[in-house]
Write a protein that binds this ligand. Sequence first.
Ligand SMILES: [Fe+2]
Ligand SMILES: [Fe+2]
Length: 292
Amino acid sequence: MNPAGRSACCTPSSLFEPARLASENSRLNFFVIGLVGDTARRNKEGGLLMRALRQQSLKRHSRKDPRYIATVRQLLASQAYRESMAAHLFGHALKFVPELRYKKIIASHIVEELEHYEDTVRLYKELGGGLEALVTSQLATGQKYVPLAESWLELAMAQFLFDRAGEFQLSLYRRCSYAPYARIVGKILEEEEEHEGFGERVVKEFCKDKRRRPLAQKFFNKWLGVSLLSFGRPNSAANRYAVEVGLKTRESGEVMQDFINDIKPVMRECGLKFPPKNRIGVELPKNVDLKL
Ligand SMILES: [Fe+2]
Ligand SMILES: [Fe+2]
């Protein structure tokens, strides 16, 4: 076929005529497309600039908005609970850790979790209020609880999943519009990476023996749900507001999927499977991909 889309049976003149017309048409098209493209590009650039200015102004004004401060308090309270929970969980399970060298590593993780907890308490105080008293009362009244690990493997699974979920969740706040929070997040992230890496190594080692895998699967099912709770409900109004005012960079559901994708290689290596969606016990994003 020639460029005009005609077959080779045509006479030479009819063969070239459509080609010439096509060529003129295409020049015209390029011109029109050029104009449209230019306008579209200008509109797009203008739109992006306006959006950036609107967001900047929104962020500036939001900081005086009571809803903004209440959201910061809420996210600090949630993180404080998770940090304190990790410290108690590791502390309780120290007796299951088999060797002194590992006990020392877990003990150092406990101290780090308490320091993360302390960071959130300190920030909360600057906004006015006592976060330590709040978390203590939530735990004492059963409003919140600490899920415990009952073996060395379960502790490792909890670190692999819960600390990793914490890392993904916190990464949303690296560029938080509430700058004091963004500052503490960087340090915490580095330490969480080490905790979950340690848990991952122990889980992999344990699962080398295929006979142990059903037990690993049981702990995986329990800690997957606990870990996914760290992200909060996907696509909630509170979530959308936090993204809108720049407190976090992305919606929870997207990060939940990133976390799920990130644990898949270890799951494949260890022969672990996702439980059915309705047994995970957490609201998942609509189109969540659990394929291994
Ligand atoms: Fe932590
Ligand atoms: Fe941790």
